[in-house]
Design a protein around this ligand. Structure first.
Ligand code: FAD
Length: 317
């Protein structure tokens, strides 16, 4: 089922969460365990992240330094397909511009369509580690709006490959990312919002936000989107803090603020377990407030930790 239909047909906030594929060489048992910890709470859909290849400099035995490409978390399509098949829950694999040519993207979408997957989240992705700018693949897209256009074209059977021209149309429900505290590269919030509108105008069905810890930022963001004519559902992203160092790591990685009250409480924590209690409590308060404000869905960033997400949904739904 398409996420946009799930949201439109529900008269209350629905619950969803995001999973990372396992590191290369591991099996999927940890992922399945996370799903099984949360399945009783009726998640309406599950997002599966995608991780581009990383450029690494490796010192060889003879002292030479070689530049190598390493894929640490492959398997998004396989994990997504197996979760949807095993649990009957719709999945949303993430599709990236970075590291993929348009043709490779088309092949991924064809695989997803074969497996009965009807939803994707269309993202640009970040630059390679150590590079300060995003470099598109030579035959790939520079921004997510172009990726949305490619996926939308498939709705009318417009494939890139000539021999696929007579293939049946593929109709994916498309989500895109939004940033209540502005994307870190955008010169200002207004420009960022205009680019968000461009993605929606290109055919995105809904928006999922970057994590935020102050709900007012989400409410203001929704108001600003509505003011410029963005009418699609805007799903809030919730990250339950579970490690002490996330107090400093998350603002740096995601260009977001940790409110002073939360920062003070996390600052008092002696262990990661203490930080997890504080982070879970904060996420519960945020989630209850978002449900009271009729947010369409909660998108919980699990990062592979499920016991805190379970506590949140137990308290909120
Ligand atoms: P874009 O919409 O392309 O925007 C990127 C920047 O370019 C912004 O500053 C924007 O203002 C600007 N911009 C947009 N369009 C244009 C244009 N046409 N011309 C010029 N400038 C433009 N990353 C991963 O690698 N894997 C994942 O699985 C993943 N999942 C995510 C899930 C969610 C819910 C979110 C919020 C983010 C996720 N990310 C993921 C991170 C995301 O890839 C990064 O934030 C990335 O830097 C931006 O992606 P985007 O799709 O928002 O890009």
């Amino acid at each position: 089922m398409k996420v946009i239909d799930i949201i439109n047909q529900s008269d209350k906030t629905v619950f969803s969460f995001e999973l990372l594929p396992p590191l290369k060489g591991n099996d999927a048992s940890k992922i399945y365990k996370t799903v099984e910890t949360l399945v009783d709470f009726d998640p309406k859909y599950i997002n599966i992240t995608t991780h581009r290849d990383e450029m690494m400099y490796i010192e060889m035995p003879d002292g030479r330094i070689e530049k190598r490409t390493v894929r640490k978390r492959p398997g998004t399509v396989a994990i997504a397909a197996s979760i949807q098949y095993k649990y009957g829950i719709p999945v949303i694999p993430h599709i990236l511009c970075g590291g993929f040519s348009k043709s490779e993207t088309e092949h991924v979408l064809i695989d997803l369509n074969f497996m009965g997957i009807k939803n994707v989240l269309a993202l640009r992705g970040d630059g390679n580690k150590g590079e300060h700018v995003f470099r598109p693949d030579p035959n790939g897209h520079s921004n997510a709006n172009q990726l949305v256009e490619q996926i939308v074209n498939l709705r009318s059977g417009k494939y890139l490959e000539a021999d696929l021209k007579n293939t049946a149309p593929m109709d994916f429900c498309i989500g895109v990312a939004g940033y209540p505290e502005k994307h870190f590269e955008a010169p200002n919030a207004e420009t960022d919002l205009q680019y968000l509108k461009q993605k929606v105008d290109a055919g995105a069905d809904y928006i999922v936000t970057q994590m935020f810890f102050d709900n007012q930022k989400y409410y203001d963001f929704v108001d600003k989107c509505r003011a410029i004519g963005i009418t699609v559902p805007i799903i809030p992203g919730i990250k339950p803090i579970n490690l002490k160092n996330q107090l400093t790591v998350l603002p740096k990685l995601f260009s977001i603020d940790i409110p002073q009250d939360l920062a003070v409480e996390l600052g008092k924590c002696k262990t990661d377990d203490d930080a997890k209690v504080v982070g879970t409590e904060w996420a519960i308060l945020q989630s209850k407030d978002l449900v009271a404000h009729q947010a369409p869905s909660l998108h919980i960033y699990t990062y592979g930790v499920s016991d805190n997400t379970r506590k949140i949904v137990e308290s909120v739904f």
